[in-house]
Design a protein around this ligand. Structure first.
Ligand code: NAD
Length: 499
């Protein structure tokens, strides 16, 4: 069976630990590989490589680092089909969706190509007589990135390209569910000219993560994953003196106003609720219909579209939705659907019990729709992370907005309406990090920043865009003066005021 190694100091390595974990093909249920699970000693080796590579890499002019990023972007582009096949095999999403995962990641590499401009400082001449001031952005040091299973290309690419473009060195610890695509990306970075030791990858689980969070030579940690783990990462890494950004889970609501075009809204909900089998942190899992008339029309429009979803292995033609990632995920989602029924929600479409000929052991599920969901139900409270959409009925706009704002998560939300006033009010008052107006999945482009509020993000800094540059750099302010030699002003004990 294939064994997936670590990549440290530019070379594949088995490392020192003899622990491994299984990697499955979710469409067939077959185990397709064993992934190595790093020990603290393996993490040590990766950190030592990153630390050794730091002085030379950080001293390289940003323009030369940018040229490597340009080549890296071209290589990812050239290998899109190969990378997409890896994603589909281990994650289960469709090939087209996997290509979207890669392209959204590449956009951050394209953004990182602008690093000479992005790291440019500010200069003020004559802040006092003959005194100039400037501020510059410098690299932070050795950075670590810990990523989830659901975007094996995009989320690693949110992190390491921008981090190294800023002059840092990096250790990536991707999800142990689908590590092949991130590994190939790190190989391509080397092919593009990234020197040995600048980007390293360790495979692993909690043991590897804990070793990174507590390591004395790691300066900053980026994390994306579920909320309980994000909160643990933030607290542990911060306690060990690191800069941290930890993005967590979500429960994204889409408010459908009575004046909305119901067909447009329901098409948007099909993509946002069932794309990638609902395993996106920006998936819409709650539709808040304002008024019973809009709710009835919405549910009536959704039902046939959900029943007609083309479900199958992600590498087959014309498939819209693949399986969920693991057997455990499938069982958890099935349990939550059962709880929804027990707690009194109306099961408008039941996605349980789907069997696909030839794929009986795959982790497939049909799309599920609940109506008349209320805030006290498990299907509302839990992040299901599967193809399950809940419709909640709100009596008016204010109670819909209150519901969005009461929710513990604050990743994304959307409003569908033709009313500019309502849309403007919503964008202003929603306590949520990313808001869409007639856009269901408002994932910001690379030159804006991605991040939620409340329990969807621990830390202050969002991913990529200028927030990403700020996270991966430290600001230094310099005040400088070149007095004419021989001119003396005498000493002064008062606070310098530059007058
Ligand atoms: P996860 O939290 O289980 O795992 C994420 C990473 O943390 C993995 O690399 C994993 O190995 C590691 N990990 C898991 N348990 C750990 C522990 N106890 N201690 C230390 N490390 C641990 O998440 P997942 O199932 O891979 O991904 C799905 C979750 O990620 C969902 O909750 C989703 O909303 C969230 N997510 C959030 C965003 C965002 O931008 N906010 C984006 C994508 C996914």
């Amino acid at each position: 069976m294939k064994i997936l190694d670590h990549l440290i100091n530019g070379a594949a390595t088995a490392g020192l630990s003899d622990r491994t974990g299984p990697v499955f093909n979710p469409a067939t249920g077959d185990q397709i590989a064993q992934v190595r699970l790093a020990s603290a000693a393996d993490v040590d080796a990766a950190v030592a490589a990153a630390k050794a590579a730091l002085p030379e890499w950080s001293a390289m002019p940003p323009l030369r680092r940018a040229r490597i990023m340009f080549r890296f972007n071209e290589l990812i582009h050239a290998h899109t089909d190969e990378l997409a096949a890896m994603i589909t095999e281990e994650h289960g999403k469709t090939i087209e969706d996997a290509k979207g995962d890669i392209l959204r990641g590449r956009e951050v590499v394209e953004f990182a190509c602008g690093i000479p401009h992005l790291m440019r400082g500010e200069f003020t001449e004559d802040v006092g007589t003959g005194v100039d001031a400037f501020s510059i952005r410098q690299h932070v040091g050795v950075c670590a990135g810990i990523t989830p299973f659901n975007f094996p290309a995009m989320i690693p690419l949110w992190m390491f390209p921008l981090s190294i473009a800023c002059g840092n060195t990096f250790i990536l610890k991707p999800s142990e569910r689908d590590p092949s695509c991130p590994y190939r990306l790190v190989e391509l970075a080397h092919e593009a000219g990234v020197p040995e030791g600048v980007v390293n990858m360790v495979n692993g689980d909690k043991q590897a993560v804990d070793a990174l969070l507590t390591h004395a030579n790691i300066d900053a940690v980026s994390f994306v994953g579920s909320t309980p783990v994000a909160s643990y990462i933030y607290a542990t890494a911060a306690e060990h003196g690191k800069r941290v950004q930890a993005l967590g889970g979500a429960k994204n609501h889409m408010v459908v106003m009575p004046d909305a075009d119901i067909e447009q809204a329901s098409d948007a909900l099909i993509g946002a609720g069932y794309g990638s089998a609902g395993q996106r942190c920006m998936a819409v899992s709650v539709a808040v219909a304002v008024g019973d008339e809009a709710a009835d029309a919405l549910v009536g429009s959704l039902i046939p579209k959900i029943q007609e979803l083309k479900i199958g292995p992600g590498n087959a033609d014309d498939i819209e939705m693949g399986p969920v990632v693991t057997k455990q995920a499938q069982e958890r989602i099935l349990n939550l659907i059962g709880q929804g029924v027990e707690e009194g929600a109306t099961l408008a479409v039941d996605g349980r019990g789907l069997q696909l000929q030839g794929y009986e052991n795959g982790y497939f599920m049909g799309g599920t729709l609940f109506d008349h969901v209320t805030e006290d139900m498990s299907v509302y409270k839990e992040e299901i992370f599967g193809p399950v959409l809940s419709v909640v009925r709100a009596k008016d706009y204010e109670s819909a907005l209150d519901m969005v704002n009461r929710n513990e998560y604050g990743n994304g939300t959307a409003i569908f309406t033709k009313d500019g006033d309502a849309a403007r009010d919503f964008t202003e008052r929603a306590q949520i990090g990313m808001v869409g107006v007639n856009v269901p999945i408002s994932v910001p482009v690379a030159y804006h920043s991605f991040g939620g509020w409340k329990r969807s993000l621990f830390g202050d800094t969002h991913m990529h865009g200028m927030e990403g540059v700020r996270f991966y750099t430290r600001l230094k302010a310099v005040t400088s003066r070149w007095p004419k030699s021989g001119v003396r002003e005498g000493h002064s004990l008062t606070m310098p005021t530059m007058q």
